[in-house]
Write a protein that binds this ligand. Structure first.
Ligand SMILES: Cc1cc2nc3c(=O)[nH]c(=O)nc-3n(C[C@H](O)[C@H](O)[C@H](O)COP(=O)(O)O)c2cc1C
Length: 364
């Protein structure tokens, strides 16, 4: 399905960057999930831009839940979230209607929608649409937490500046989950911010890598082939605009290890099967083995940059140059962090309810 993810819990996205509303419709939620409005607001706030290091387009993200919720709980029927777009400046886009921004989806949108696409602000391809994913994700992050499943993501590197590694997951999660700029090291945070400002001053942009750990995932969830945990998570992560790489466990580096190094030896600890290492990221044969699930997501540098670049006028079949104006993030990574947590919560909810049934996430 084109704009729908998931089978047991499905999320349909709609809207355009400069249209009246963006939003999502979620089907398959258990009845009785608490809708914590304050938590949804705080998650949306983490996606909102901040001064100097992001776009100057500031949206309040005042959402309404117009179906599927009653008296603060889900009803079990389709839940629809609407978020109005208010801070739009479409003139920026009319000027370059047929000039393709390199790295963005202007040209491919034209190929698919034959000129009928709403091109303003990247239309349906815009990072703006991820606000709806964050609102849905917040409901599911709360539901998963009730089941003892927690997700934590930090900016592990940005413009070649590296953050510290996780040392104590639970403690680290507490710190990063409420931070806009989610690094473990203050020093790394400052250096990364300097890199963003430097790129911005040079009319350019930078990218980075987010590292996520999922704790408390029940053993035995997932499917062996097409709906493996890796398949579902990477499917939804690659749906996030600007994501260009997803790795599980040691990822591409595992290819350099010997079998004896890459294998995670099993042992019994406190009566429970665990592995001594976690090179395979908590997943074997597409199914969770009870260890933390670890995944890294690579985010490319923001495509729209003020620096002059070569491109084409695809209507008139002419070579030309572009110097993008408009309001853009010089780095998407800090804002993408909460988006990554949110889409992971959506995929995990789908995986878990497929395995254990709709009411699995019902809470107490
Ligand atoms: C939170 C978020 C914010 C984004 N902000 C911008 C932006 O300000 N300018 C821009 O050109 N791209 C931005 N993007 C990325 C584009 O939407 C994306 O690169 C484009 O749709 C092409 O998709 P692709 O990079 O996945 O091929 C953002 C993405 C996310 C997730």
């Amino acid at each position: 399905m084109k704009n729908t993810f998931g089978s047991s819990i499905s999320v349909t996205l709609f809207g355009e960057s400069h249209g009246e509303y963006i939003g999502a419709c979620v089907d398959g939620l258990a009845p009785g999930l608490k809708i914590d409005i304050d938590f949804i607001k705080s998650q949306l706030a983490l996606r909102r831009p901040v001064e100097l290091i992001s776009t100057t387009r500031i949206e309040e993200d005042e959402f309404s839940i117009v179906s599927g919720s009653f008296n603060g709980y889900t009803t079990g029927t389709p839940l629809t979230i609407l978020i109005p777009n208010k801070d739009v400046k479409s003139a920026d886009y009319d000027k370059n209607r047929f000039i393709a921004r390199p790295g963005h989806a202007d040209y491919t949108a034209y190929l698919k929608y034959h000129g009928f696409e709403d091109y303003r602000g990247g239309g349906h391809f815009s990072g703006r649409i991820t606000a709806a994913l964050v609102a849905v994700g917040a409901i599911l992050i709360s539901a998963l937490k009730e089941k003892g499943i927690e997700i934590g993501t930090h900016i592990s590197r940005l413009a070649n500046v590296y953050d510290s590694n996780f040392s104590d997951y639970k403690k680290d999660f507490k710190e990063i989950n409420s931070k806009y700029f989610a690094t473990l090291s203050k020093e790394a945070e400052e250096k990364m911010k300097d890199k963003i400002i430097e790129a911005s001053n040079n009319s350019d942009s930078v990218g980075g890598v987010l590292e996520t750990v999922i704790l408390g995932m029940p053993e035995g969830a997932g499917e062996p082939w097409f709906d493996s945990i890796e398949s579902e998570l990477s499917h939804i992560l690659f749906s996030v605009p600007a994501v260009k790489g997803v790795e599980f466990g040691d990822g591409f580096k595992i290819a350099d290890l010997l079998g004896s190094q890459a294998n995670d030896s099993y042992e019994i600890k406190n009566g429970k099967v665990i592995t001594k290492t976690n090179h395979n990221g908590g997943i074997n044969g597409g199914i969770s083995n009870g260890m933390p699930i670890t995944v890294k997501t690579a985010i490319k540098p923001t495509p729209t940059i003020p620096k002059e670049q070569e491109t084409v006028d695809f209507k008139n079949n002419k070579n030309t140059k572009i110097q993008s104006s408009g309001r853009h993030d010089p780095c998407i990574v800090p804002r993408a962090r909460v988006v990554v947590d949110s889409v992971i919560a959506i995929a995990l909810s789908d995986i878990l309810t497929k395995r254990f049934g709709t009411d699995y996430l019902k809470g107490k």
